[in-house]
Design a binder for this molecule. Structure first.
Ligand code: SF4
Length: 255
């Protein structure tokens, strides 16, 4: 019997991928959730209800006992758009250990919920997971030609499971409760508007960690060709938010 392992993040794309694998791809289905302990509370509701709908053969919930700020302290490094010790320590490394200890490359396929519009992400993941076979059904145009905007409605129509609340708030993903050290101004503006207490929590953590990492910030900005640090505290004080770039999806499993 072959094994199908889905990286089940609590996001809508990985949930729909798991449902597709359950219904359309022979083999045992296992879901792997790597918990950053920084997640939105509604993620756990979504995961529980999704598991009831998908009916996998097994579910594994991995936590390292640390949240993203614990990792930044441990690494003495504040994650940013280029280097993300949080996803390495809380997601990629535990997932790699768990899979390599249990699943042979001969009969195991790894599935990721990546949409065809971002297929370059899948190529990086395939390279990182060699020699395992890696697939993302949403990148296989013939089998699931979904528009990115249809994923939520397709999921809801098939399962009746309400999508995670962060999507309703306008977040592009359901990772780390709307926080991400790789995110830009647009993403943090959303966090500031929708989840003020959570924004304040992260802004305070960013202040506190300066005692360990020095004057580092998650956000940067460029003025007249010069890059400057921009703290979450300072960003929140600003009123002008014109022309911010779009949020991008979390890329935790790529590096
Ligand atoms: S979503 Fe962002 S903050 Fe959370 S683990 Fe991934 S890279 Fe780190």
């Amino acid at each position: 019997m072959s094994n199908n392992v889905v990286f089940f993040s609590g996001g809508i794309s990985s949930a729909l991928t798991a449902l597709y694998v359950r219904k359309c791809i022979p083999g045992k289905l296992f879901l792997l959730f790597t918990d950053t302990l920084t997640e939105d509370e509604d993620l756990y509701r979504f995961i529980d209800e999704s598991i009831d709908a998908i009916k996998p053969d097994g579910v594994t919930h991995i936590t390292s006992g640390m949240n993203v700020w614990d990792v930044f302290y441990k690494a003495k490094y504040l994650g940013n758009s280029r280097v993300d010790p949080c996803s390495r320590i809380l997601k990629r490394e535990p997932a790699e250990r768990w899979i390599k200890e249990r699943y042979s490359t001969n009969n195991t396929t790894l599935f990721f919920g990546i949409h065809w519009s971002e297929i370059e992400r899948l190529n990086a993941i395939k390279s990182n997971w060699k020699p395992y076979v890696v697939r993302s059904p949403m990148c296989e145009w013939e089998s699931m030609p979904l528009a990115a905007g249809d994923i939520k409605s397709v999921w809801y129509n098939l399962t009746g499971v309400k999508i995670p609340r962060l999507y309703d708030m306008g977040f592009s993903h359901n990772n780390c409760g709307g926080f991400c050290c790789k995110a830009g101004k647009s993403h943090f503006k959303k966090l500031l508007e929708e989840l003020l207490d959570r924004y304040r929590y992260h802004a305070e953590k960013e202040i506190q960690i300066r005692s360990v990492v020095g004057n580092r910030t998650i956000l940067r900005e460029q003025l007249n060709g010069v890059k400057y640090m921009l703290s979450l505290e300072e960003f929140a004080k600003r009123e002008s938010t014109d022309n911010l770039p779009e949020c991008t999806s979390c890329q935790c499993f790529e590096a």
